[in-house]
Design a protein around this ligand. Structure first.
Ligand SMILES: Nc1ncnc2c1ncn2[C@@H]1O[C@H](COP(=O)(O)OP(=O)(O)O)[C@@H](O)[C@H]1O
Ligand SMILES: [Mg+2]
Length: 229
């Protein structure tokens, strides 16, 4: 599957009146393909999260189109779009929100609908989730409520949750922002390996280290993609 942004735009209003319209993202063209890691850097407020959310099916563009295998992502109704997202997209959001009263394992499995699944496919996904947790050193935290975790631990749970369903597209919004060097490398390695197994990966980041793991590096400035860094 290929996901493409064609002249995608998003604007917001600041203050009163339509004259205060400003573009958070302007005329963005971008292609995400299987096997490739795309890194997106840029200053805070340059439009990275807004662009990623539009690609991830979470925010309707005001202009242009997002095409999944040449079909307009936003032409379908909300339930179809959610089903598609659930099936093909994995999201590591900037905030890293989890359900605080649910355990780590519940947080990871619940969105996949495979908690206590008796189906073979569900059990396989659970095994894969455990393998990811083991690699990210959060398996011992399986039954700990997510609300008791540190920022870095929460972040790793979000990553395991996003990858557990082996999605075709992975969107990671500053996935290493609260991780130490070791966990940063481990996270970037896991994202690289997901791409090597066929996923299309997009990483928004301040971390220059990402360049070593990416096939393409793009920079955003004032809502505009300025091309390769
Ligand atoms: N829902 C919103 N309403 C108004 N302004 C927004 C909204 N979301 C983002 N913005 C503005 O759009 C610009 C780009 O934001 P964002 O995409 O979050 O940047 P980045 O992720 O690069 O830091 C910022 O100026 C931000 O304040
Ligand atoms: Mg952001």
């Amino acid at each position: 599957m290929v996901l493409e942004a064609c002249g995608v735009e998003k604007w917001f209003y600041r203050g009163k009146g339509s004259s205060n319209r400003f573009f958070a993202v302007r005329m963005a063209d971008l292609k995400l393909e299987p096997g490739r890691v795309t890194g997106l850097t840029g200053r805070s407020g340059s439009g990275k999260t807004t662009l990623m959310n539009m690609l991830a099916g979470l925010l309707t563009p005001d202009g242009g189109r997002v095409l999944l295998d040449e079909k307009d992502l936003y032409a379908q109704d909300d339930p179809s779009l959610s089903a598609l997202r659930n099936r093909h997209f994995g999201m590591i959001p900037q905030g890293g929100e989890l359900f605080p009263h649910l355990t780590v394992m519940e947080n990871i499995l619940l969105p996949r609908g495979i908690l206590k699944s008796k189906k073979e496919s569900g059990r396989q996904e659970e095994e894969y989730a455990k393998e990811l947790m083991e690699r990210m050193d959060i398996l011992p935290l399986s039954s700990v409520p997510a609300g008791e975790l540190s920022g870095g631990e929460r972040r790793r749970v979000c990553i395991a949750r996003a990858l557990a369903g082996k999605p075709e597209f992975i969107f990671a919004d500053e996935p290493t922002s609260d991780l130490d060097d070791g966990n940063t490398r481990m996270t970037l390695t896991i994202l690289r390996q997901a791409a090597d197994s066929g996923a299309a990966v997009m990483i928004v980041t301040h971390d220059s280290e990402v360049a070593e793991y990416a096939d393409t590096m793009l920079r955003m400035d004032g809502g505009i993609i300025r091309g390769t860094d």
